[in-house]
Design a protein around this ligand. Structure first.
Ligand SMILES: Cc1ncc(COP(=O)(O)O)c(C=O)c1O
Length: 427
């Protein structure tokens, strides 16, 4: 793996990340992303859609190619060299993920297809066994459909009830309402770390501590945070954590569910098949311990190898540096967007994640996003799988510009020129 930058080590305090970020040569890092070196419709590509899926650096692409060229075979079942190597790489990736998020053991790391599958696993396995009629699942109004629909399905099946922590006008959670909503009937509190439409960074550790005090299990949707900032389970204190590889430089089709060991041990399998059993008779089966109990069938071995390479790459830069870099981009974009006439910018004024959603009176988000594409600017327009949140703010959708460490301030200036052009075109 190529490392062209130097990062100060031992930074324990978020207060110093500016100094850290300024030591990274972001332009050199951008060169690691071959896809960014292209023109779209005659213009240099500006990729502002990383909240939907990130681009992949050379070292991750190389790791996938190396795996398929040298080590590819099925895992766990084989007694030959290639299978041994593939198994080792797959289990090494699990350890890499455990270290990345501060899990106590790799056995607490389950590979899934992504955040959506991770949350469905908890809903079906944990929810199926432990939720009772009349129990309450507490969510927030800012949840992605992935952290809403699985709970709706579960609540319907079990006769449980859903409650929602409201969102304030500034895009933050109305945490004052917790005293009314977080009652002893709440068995699970599931919420996002960073909102994929507002950029709000939620106070995960506080929310988890409050839930734990009442005996509620917590699940954190880290889809928008795992690749953008330090995510340390020992600090967050959640019971489950879900994220997707493809939003953090890894391939699609690989993701993670972290679960606290005691909880995973108590949960039944959710997918039956090969890999997850100890013994099978025609009538009955016994099952492996976690994590393999939850990984029926051939897993995404190359995906796990790619995820480990992505983690190496991200940690080579440093998550504090990435956080600070992305934060500067998001703040700059949010500020500059206010220059546009009759434009509403969503999300908190203070700390925010690497994205900004906005609506221009002059154009529907779909039209604006299609207009931008004519200039090689890739953004996303629509409800972003946040229909209830859009309704909360009285809009059908927004245009979202989302950033990652390969983006630059100059690209935001170019975005502004394109949007100024859109104002003239649509007015
Ligand atoms: C906050 C959040 N949760 C969950 C998801 C779902 O992720 P995936 O489609 O990778 O399962 C997304 C994807 O955009 C997201 O932004």
């Amino acid at each position: 793996m190529r490392i062209h930058w130097r990062v100060v080590g031992g930074i324990a305090d978020y207060g110093v990340h500016k100094a850290v970020s300024s030591q990274v040569d972001w332009r050199v890092i951008r060169e690691d992303f071959p896809i960014l070196r292209q023109q779209v419709r005659g213009h240099d590509l500006i990729y502002f859609d990383s909240a939907a899926s990130s681009q992949k650096p050379g070292p991750v692409i190389d790791a996938l190619r190396n795996f398929y060229e040298r080590d590819n075979a099925n895992v766990h079942r084989g007694l030959h060299a290639l299978s041994g190597r593939a198994t080792e790489a797959y289990e090494r990736a699990r350890q890499r993920v455990a270290d990345y998020i501060g899990a106590a053991s790799p056995d607490e790391v389950i590979f899934t297809r992504g955040t959506t599958e991770s949350i469905n696993l908890v809903a079906q396995s944990w929810g199926g066994r432990f939720l009772r009629e009349g129990d309450v699942i507490l969510l927030t109004v800012m949840e992605h459909h992935s952290n809403l629909v699985p709970w709706q399905l579960l609540a319907e099946r079990k006769g449980a009830r859903l409650r929602f922590l409201p969102v304030l006008d500034d895009g933050t959670l109305d945490v004052d309402q917790l005293s009314n909503l977080l009652t002893p009937e709440v068995k699970l509190f599931a919420f996002t770390h960073i909102s994929n439409s507002l950029g709000t960074i939620n106070p995960v550790a506080d929310l988890c501590a409050k839930a734990r005090a009442l005996g509620a299990v917590t699940l954190v949707d880290a889809a928008q945070s795992a690749g953008h900032m330090p995510v340390d389970l020992q600090k967050l204190g959640c019971d489950f954590l879900a994220f997707s590889g493809h939003k953090m430089c890894a391939p699609t089709g690989i993701g993670v569910l972290y679960g606290r060991a005691e909880l995973l041990d108590s949960m039944p399998p959710w997918h039956g098949g090969g890999e997850m059993i100890v013994s099978v008779t025609l009538e009955k089966s016994t099952f492996k311990k976690p994590p393999h109990r939850f990984e029926g069938g051939t897993p995404n071995i190359a995906g796990a190898v790619g995820l480990a390479a992505a983690i190496d790459y991200i940690e080579g830069i440093g998550r504090l540096s990435i956080f600070e870099h992305d934060r500067q981009l998001a703040h700059y974009a949010a500020d500059r967007l206010t220059e546009l006439p009759r434009t509403r910018v969503f999300g908190p004024k203070g700390e925010r994640g690497a994205l900004v959603g906005f609506v221009m009176d002059a154009a529907h988000p779909h039209d604006l996003t299609t207009f931008a594409d004519q200039y090689g600017l890739a953004m996303r327009g629509g409800h972003h799988c946040n229909q209830p949140l859009m309704r909360r703010f009285g809009v059908s959708g927004t245009t979202r510009a989302s950033f990652y460490f390969y983006n630059t301030m100059e690209e935001i200036d170019q975005m502004m020129e394109i949007l100024q052009r859109a104002v003239r075109f649509f007015s």
